[in-house]
Ligand binder design. Structure first.
Ligand code: PEP
Ligand code: MG
Length: 573
């Protein structure tokens, strides 16, 4: 009997394939006293040899996909497994009658602790390598199999507790037909990434990892947030038909690829792409983006094993600008912290990381980090229309401090190159409730706002965006929230400041008519949503949308009332 599990629809599409559980096996062991230390030590040698063999195979398979730097990690792991000192210490323990598992555990633990206490962050990171290697060797000792996302070479539905940016960077997207996770909400980073990669996803199922087995056939319905385990033949046929219908609709929308983003009554808007890496611009152009409305620059930092240098960043921003062929690119400065750690920038452990030391707060405290990024951006601005925006601004003082560092960097670079960076537009994200309330003051100080609804909703509703228990509070259409959005748009326009939105609400089809009715200028979203949005925009009349927005804000009380209102009036399902 097929089993259905409910989750949150996180990335449109339907995937049907066997499950691949990205779940670590239990590597706990029973301590034993050994009598034959030679046999016991042979078990270690065998486990280490098998691990080396496996790493060599993995490296070979990854050869075409990973850079030389990334491939070097496999060699580093092999070197650890061949380290004579490590082997010697393991042998000594076994000779004292300690069993193989405990000996490997203790020695690798000791090595990792020593490395993590060295001041050099590069050496500290090697501690993580030792722990990874230890896990692999332990799995071999215990006869268990470690999941390996990089080794997937056939179509699967990835089933995981959560999917991290490092998981997505390792996987071969051709084979990932769907993602289903226990954790996460619609705006968690795994969900955003799935949309960018156009992989159907259902998140926040709570217990999918406990409810599936490797190889079981699964349907991931990213349209409705359902997961079907072991579907019947009829269900497979029905879902295959739905997937085909979606494909047909996509072909219809694709006719708009070179069309302007325009309403039925001829009002022009901009529909832009959210990207995480400069190479994402290829897809943005393919999907007909009017520009890049959000380049999440922290992904450059997260994808690197060191703080990216000014030149490395300069090349990345230049690549994005050149790739967009004259269309505007908005780069958001480093938004690290919260749920986005940097391995080489140790941050203090915090009780409430989302309310803590993150984004602009880190950059203002560490101008030496901030300046590298700003200088790289200013230098790259020669290659196309560049805008820079600051994340998580709460107060006018923070905004002014960020602008001052920008202006200092510009003045410095202009000593050599007069006029460099003068065309850059400066903006800020509206993510902090106080910034939204204070939009009138802030609008006087920037060229544009970009409303980050993912965080603005989490902070206004006091509901962690990654916690599925409170995901019902992700309510972009709540009338009170809509009136806050309207306040920001009106305040921006009173001061001739352009107002964009780059949170997930911008690509929400029910929100679109309301936002158009409020006069939002720019809509920035996953590239995969651009053509659907442009197609719908062309069917909407702005004066009717304005009436609809007024009714939603003034006459509706609950989010359900607004949803029904929009669906009813516009016949959107
Ligand atoms: C937002 O908060 O809406 C946003 C776009 O930023 P991020 O999702 O990267 O936090
Ligand atoms: Mg944000």
């Amino acid at each position: 009997m097929a089993k259905e599990i409910k989750g949150i629809a996180a990335s449109e599409g339907i995937g049907i394939a066997p499950a691949y559980r990205l779940v670590e096996p239990d590597l706990s062991y029973q301590k034993r006293r050994v009598t034959n230390s030679l046999t016991e030590y042979k078990r270690v040698m065998q486990a280490f040899d098998e691990s080396i063999d496996e790493l060599q195979k993995l490296k070979k398979r990854a050869q075409t996909r990973l850079s030389t730097d990334e491939l070097a990690i496999f060699d580093a792991h092999i070197t650890i497994l061949s380290d004579p000192e490590l082997l010697k210490q393991v042998k000594q323990l076994i000779e004292q009658q300690v069993c193989a598992e405990e000996a490997v555990d203790r020695v690798t633990g000791r090595f990792a602790r020593t490395l993590s206490q060295v001041a050099d962050p590069y050496i500290q990171e090697r501690a993580g390598d030792v722990r990874d290697v230890a896990k692999r060797a332990m799995a071999h000792l215990l006869g268990k199999k470690l999941p390996d996302i990089a080794a997937i070479d056939r179509p699967v539905i990835l089933v995981a507790h959560e999917v991290t940016p490092s998981d997505t960077s390792q996987m071969d997207v051709r084979y990932i037909k769907g993602i289903v996770t226990d954790l996460g909400g619609r705006t968690s980073h795994a969900a955003i990434m799935a949309r960018t990669l156009r992989i159907p996803a259902v998140v926040g199922t709570d217990h999918i990892t406990n409810s599936t087995q490797d190889g079981q056939l699964i349907v991931a319905d990213g349209l409705h947030g359902n997961v079907i385990i072991e579907p019947s033949q009829e269900e497979v046929t029905a879902f295959t038909t739905k997937a085909k219908q979606l494909e047909q609709a996509r072909q219809e929308w694709s006719k708009k690829v070179n069309a302007p983003s325009i309403s039925k009554d001829g009002q022009r808007f901009e529909i832009c792409a959210n990207i995480g890496n400069p190479s994402d611009v290829t897809d943005a152009v393919r999907q007909g983006a009017d520009g890049v409305g959000l380049f999440r620059s922290e992904f450059l930092y997260m994808g690197s094993d060191h703080m990216p240098t000014e030149d490395e960043q300069y090349r990345a921003y230049r690549q994005a600008l050149v790739g967009m062929q004259g269309k505007p690119v908005v780069v958001r400065t480093l938004d690290i912290g919260g749920d986005k750690p940097l391995p080489y920038l140790p941050l203090p452990r915090e009780m409430n990381p989302f309310l803590g030391y993150r984004a602009i707060r880190i950059c203002l405290k560490h101008p030496e980090i901030f300046r590298v990024q700003l200088r790289a951006l200013i230098r790259a601005s020669e290659y196309g229309p560049l805008s820079i925006m600051f994340p998580m601004i709460g107060t006018v003082a923070e905004l002014r401090a960020a602008k001052k560092i920008f202006n200092d960097c510009k003045a410095e670079l202009q000593k050599e190159r007069p006029g460099l960076g003068d065309g850059i537009k400066l903006g800020m994200m509206i993510e902090v409730p106080l910034a939204a309330i204070n939009a009138d003051q802030l609008a006087k100080e920037v060229d544009f706002f970009s409303i980050g609804t993912n965080d603005l909703i989490q902070y206004n509703f006091a509901a962690d965006r990654g916690n599925d228990e409170v995901s019902y509070l992700y309510q972009p259409l709540n009338p009170a929230f809509l009136s806050l959005i309207k306040h920001v748009i009106d305040a921006g326009h009173r001061h001739h400041t352009k107002v964009a939105m780059c949170g997930e609400m911008a690509g929400d089809k029910l929100a679109l008519p309301l936002l158009m009715g409020m006069g939002l200028d720019e809509y920035s979203m996953s590239a995969s949503s651009i053509l659907r949005t442009r197609s719908l925009m062309g069917k909407l009349d702005t004066s009717k949308c304005a009436q609809l927005a007024a009714t939603a804000i003034n006459d509706c009380v609950t989010v359900e009332e607004v949803q029904d209102l929009v669906r009813d009036k516009l016949k959107i399902k």
